[in-house]
Design a protein around this ligand. Structure first.
Ligand code: HXC
Ligand code: NAP
Length: 293
């Protein structure tokens, strides 16, 4: 067994109907594939219907499951309600909402127009809010219980990060929403959790966060104590657990899956790893020599 293996037992998500925003590409596609393999029906949504149709066809062929492509810009509440109703019509019910859609790019904040800042806040925070309200109100009104909202955030939701300020601001809001509704809507039989992934290679993220030569200059694995980037299956394993009934007592939580990346950046003395082993004898002697002076 290793981290690239599939974790849950066959049929672990049988009977679950799942909506994955941004499910046509990247991590959303990988999580959708595993949900299908575990027996769920999955609706994938984003702005680009041709891309979604291609992904749905591919995932159905690979898994033998049912994958429904539905166009929806999460920034528009009317489109979100229409997407929800199309999925309900096709599947009869929805048990899980996975808020995965996002927009992001690196930029000095002073170079951003107010519209550029808005675009990220609108996709990430307003989009998550729109989907959460549309499905949450539906579940409350129909008294449909044992539902899950899983939000994909990042570790800079709590550390903040320069050069991706709109994304950090929006993801912080999504994390606050996760924890707040984990308490407020538990009485309606809903659970709210989040995953904060570290670096997982995807075209969408890499093209916008490491454009051009930056890809060769910045080795994301070097920032990770475990010295590697994430594998899509290990994220899919965690997501499948968190949307399954095995995690029935996990609520209001954010699970970090980053090989220790954010803590490496946070610890004030972590840079001492650059000190060669042989120098520690010398340093220890210098410190001990100060003891009684
Ligand atoms: C400055 C920019 C810009 C850039 C766009 N804008 N790109 N400003 N630098 N690089 C400005 C535009 O000029 C415009 O402002 C405003 O932003 C909207 O731009 P549009 O191109 O009209 O927006 P749109 O077509 O809706 O595209 C949205 C997008 C795009 C976010 C800009 O990148 C996108 O579609 N992204 C979706 C996928 C994605 O980003 N995936 C990565 C997720 S990775 P003006 O003022 O000119 O009108 C992720 C990782 C997190 O989240 C953590 C990693 C560790
Ligand atoms: P990705 O492939 O670019 O995924 C983003 C998805 O969001 C796309 O499928 C995109 O589809 C969709 N989307 C964008 N704007 C939308 C809108 N207005 N309405 C509906 N859908 C929209 O990138 P990814 O790396 O897989 O990212 C997935 C999630 O992981 C994001 O939440 C991201 O913040 C998070 N994350 C990723 C990493 C990483 O290292 N990759 C690290 C931390 C967190 P369309 O273009 O078709 O709309």
């Amino acid at each position: 067994m290793n981290y690239k293996d599939k974790m849950l037992r066959d049929g672990a998500l049988k009977g679950k109907n799942i909506v994955v925003t941004g499910g046509g590409s990247g991590l959303g596609k990988s999580m959708s594939r595993y949900f299908l393999e575990l027996g769920a029906k999955v609706a994938i949504t984003s702005r680009n219907i041709e891309k979604l149709k291609g992904t749905a066809k591919e995932l159905e062929a690979e898994t033998g499951g049912t994958c429904l492509p539905v166009q929806c810009d999460v920034r528009e509440y009317d489109q979100v309600e229409s997407m929800r109703d199309q999925v309900l019509e096709a599947f009869g019910s929805v048990d899980v909402l996975l808020n995965n859609a996002a927009g992001n790019f690196i930029s000095p904040t002073e170079r951003l127009s107010h519209r550029a800042f808005d675009i990220i806040i609108d996709i990430v925070l307003k989009g998550t809010k729109n989907c959460t309200l549309a499905f949450g109100k539906h579940w409350i009104n129909t008294k449909y219980t044992n539902t899950v909202v899983l939000n994909i955030v990042t570790t800079y939701a709590w550390t903040g990060s320069a050069y991706v300020v709109p994304s950090a601001t929006a993801k912080a809001g999504v994390l606050a929403m996760t924890r707040s509704l984990g308490v407020e809507w538990a009485k309606y039989g809903m659970r709210f959790n989040a995953i904060a992934p570290g670096p997982f290679p995807t075209k969408g993220a890499w093209d916008r966060l490491l454009p051009g030569e930056l890809k060769d200059k910045i080795d994301m694995a070097k920032q990770v104590p475990l010295a590697r980037v994430g594998d899509h299956q290990e994220l899919a394993n965690l997501a499948a657990y968190l949307v399954s009934d095995f995690s029935a007592y996990v609520n209001g939580e954010v699970v970090t899956l980053d090989g220790g990346e954010w803590l490496k950046g946070a610890g004030q003395f972590n840079l001492l790893e650059q000190i060669p082993e042989e120098m520690w004898d010398q340093l220890e002697a210098m410190i001990r020599a100060k003891k009684n002076k």
